[in-house]
Design a binder for this molecule. Structure first.
Ligand code: SAM
Length: 240
């Protein structure tokens, strides 16, 4: 399936890639990967994404007194830190598939937090029992996965948690997407974060693709999509 969905235009179908970001490449230096992860944390703090994403997540568990939250693909852990700061009793399992990120999370502030647990978990095959969490959240990571794996996240996220929240880059209409890519391209050879940003943009899923991925995962999964000029792509998924 094209990243723009089965109904994607010809131009949209050209605006995608199988190329991997530095943080997904086995042959990329650890220092380079760390630089991209740190830059993500920095932009999350500067543009207040950690706060915005935590507010979206906590709103979904507002009725649960002491919610259990699983963060998948946590990377630097900025969102988990914010969730713990903003909720007095939430328990957060902070996870990533990359052992280096898990080690860094365990060695940092979250590793010593009394309401946090650090785990190495693959979002496509989550090592947890059904219904273990009130909420699972996967932020800025979904586009890393090819369609077959991405569909697995819908199945697994809604199996282990009552609600799955995916927050990701929006896929703009193709002409706008082309302009955005053109503006970023000159910096690609010099700035690793922009290199990964361009690939992320080309790998982002459209609303139509997200609906197909959820349907493919399980017909009982119902999704709500939210987006807007100033919003990322937000997907809320639950089993019906
Ligand atoms: C772009 S970073 C996002 C980090 C952080 N969530 C944020 O919002 O900035 C993508 C993260 O997804 C993780 N990731 C990629 N594939 C994954 C998978 N199958 N399961 C869990 N995490 C995965 C990567 O290791 C990386 O830490």
């Amino acid at each position: 399936m094209p990243r723009g969905g089965y109904d994607a235009s010809c131009l949209d179908r050209l605006l995608e890639t199988d190329r991997l970001e530095y943080i997904d490449r086995d042959d990329a230096a650890d220092g380079l990967k760390r630089q991209v992860i740190d830059a993500l944390d920095w932009t999350g703090r500067i543009f207040r994404n950690h706060q915005k994403f935590a507010a979206i997540a906590l709103d979904l568990v507002a009725d649960v007194p002491d919610p259990t939250i699983l963060e998948l693909g946590a990377g630097h852990g900025g969102l988990s830190r914010q969730l713990l700061d903003d909720h007095p009793s939430a328990r957060v399992t902070v996870s990533d598939v990359a052992p280096a990120s898990v080690d860094a999370l365990a060695a940092g502030e979250l590793g010593a937090h009394p309401r946090a647990q650090i785990r190495e978990l693959d979002a496509t095959e989550i090592d947890a029992a059904d219904g273990s969490f009130d909420l699972a959240v996967f932020a800025l990571s979904f586009h890393h996965l090819a369609p077959a794996q991405a569909s697995r996240v819908f199945a697994e996220g809604t199996r282990v948690a009552d609600t799955l929240l995916i927050i990701d880059l929006p896929r703009p209409p193709a002409p706008l997407h082309l302009l955005r890519l053109a503006a970023m391209l000159p910096a690609v050879p010099f700035v690793p974060f922009i290199h990964d940003g361009v690939i992320s943009s080309l790998r982002s899923y459209s609303p139509s693709a997200l609906r197909s991925l959820a349907l493919h995962a399980d017909r009982s999964i119902q999704i709500e999509l939210r987006s807007g000029l100033t919003l990322p792509q937000i997907v809320i998924a639950r089993r019906g």
